[in-house]
Every structure is written in structure tokens, then in C-alpha cells.
Design a binder for this molecule. Sequence first.
Ligand SMILES: Nc1ncnc2c1ncn2[C@@H]1O[C@H](COP(=O)(O)OP(=O)(O)O)[C@@H](O)[C@H]1O
Ligand SMILES: [Mg+2]
Length: 229
Amino acid sequence: MSDLYIKQLNVRFSGTPQPALSIPDLMIRSGLQVAVTGASGSGKTTLVNAISGLERCGRGQVFWDGIDIGAYSESKLDRWRAANVGLVMQDFHLYPGLSALDNVLLPAKFYHWRLPAQLKIKGKDLLARLGIENNRTSIDLLSRGEKQRVAIARALLKSPPVIIADEPTASLDADNGMQVIQLLTRLASESKSTLICITHDLRLSKAMRRHILLDAGRPVQDLTAGKLL
Ligand SMILES: Nc1ncnc2c1ncn2[C@@H]1O[C@H](COP(=O)(O)OP(=O)(O)O)[C@@H](O)[C@H]1O
Ligand SMILES: [Mg+2]
């Protein structure tokens, strides 16, 4: 279960007259696969930061399964995110100097005194399915597209109930993009995870059940399987 409910959310950065994000009321049901689209600067990354609790700069509330994550302490929020959210950030946040596999496993290592063997196997399997042939290669030697896929493998490692991906196909060529779309949707379905993809990629948004369009921080269109909500 991981229903998302956003209530009266308003994020405004200092020095800007208009809010970067303004969402009166939005519900995303557990297990749904949702695309969020919108022009550059329309608030997509701000939304990722708000719903994953990475930024607290707004007013309003973000509930996951009825719990307002804004009420969590910083450390509780970190624990909640680590246990529940697989995040693929726009700039990947990978650790330089480590191999692809170690990057995938590192966050899990913080939470396990001894990494379960099955997580290691899963990490290798995910990288192979994402076309990273040599998982021992240092991350520094990988292309941007390969780094993107390592970041995706890391987010999916623990089959989190919530997967949030900011432009997960942006650095990929058509074939690799399609592979990532198929893997994201399949793995999210298998684990019944709520999948929220920020994207400009029409193929990715078409693969999602629901499509929310942001304009200047506001949701202006909301379609489920082609029907206006
Ligand atoms: N840390 C910040 N400080 C000031 N303004 C910001 C900050 N982050 C984002 N913004 C502004 O908020 C708006 C939305 O940004 P963002 O969410 O990154 O858009 P998108 O991801 O859709 O391109 C933009 O106008 C951007 O310039
Ligand atoms: Mg962005």
C-alpha cells in the first residue's frame, strides 16, 4: 500500500513571485503508474523533491498512506525514504570511484550489517537486464546513458513500494530507452509499486496508466488511460 495524497501544496522559492508548485488536491492510488509531464521549469523536479521529502520548503501536506511525511523528523524522513522510495534523480547522484555494482548496492549496505546474498544477485541481475555488461567497471568510465541505467538499477534493488524517476530515459538512445521503460513498468507491476515518472518521452508517458500535465507549477490536465479525470 502506498497511496499518495497531496493537499494544498504550495512551494515558492525566495526571489520568485510565482510558486514553483501549486497543487490544491491530488490523489495517486497505490500501485498506479503515472507520468508527469510539463515544459522545462514547470515544477516537475520540485514535485519529486516534495513527494519524496527531499525538500521541505513548501506549505501544505504530502501524505503517503495517510501519514503526513512533513511531520517526520529529519532522521525519520531519511529512514522512511530509504525503506519506501526508489529514487532516480535527474543527475543520478552516483558515487565516483566505485564500480557500477557497488553503486547499486551501497545504499542497501547502510541498512544491512551484512548485505543479504540475494540482494547482491538481484543487483547483478538488474544491471545485466539493463545492459550493463561488466558490473565491475568503475562508474567514472561509463557513459551518461550507462550511468542512468545504474541509477535505475539502484532505485529498483529493494523493490520499493514507491518508485519516483525524474526523466529516466532522458540520456538513453531509443533502444535503451525502450528497455528501461519495459523494465520499470514490469518491475513496478511485479512489486505492485506506485511508479511516478517525470518525463518528456512520449513512449514512456504512453506506457503509464495516468498522465498529469503541469503548467507553471499547476496540474492543468489529468488523464487516466486517455480519459479526463
Ligand atoms: N532551489 C531553487 N531556487 C530557486 N528557484 C528554483 C529552485 N529550484 C527550482 N526553482 C525554480 O522553480 C521552477 C520549477 O523548477 P523545476 O521543478 O526544476 O522545473 P522542471 O523540473 O519542470 O524543469 C523553475 O522556475 C525554477 O527556476
Ligand atoms: Mg527537472
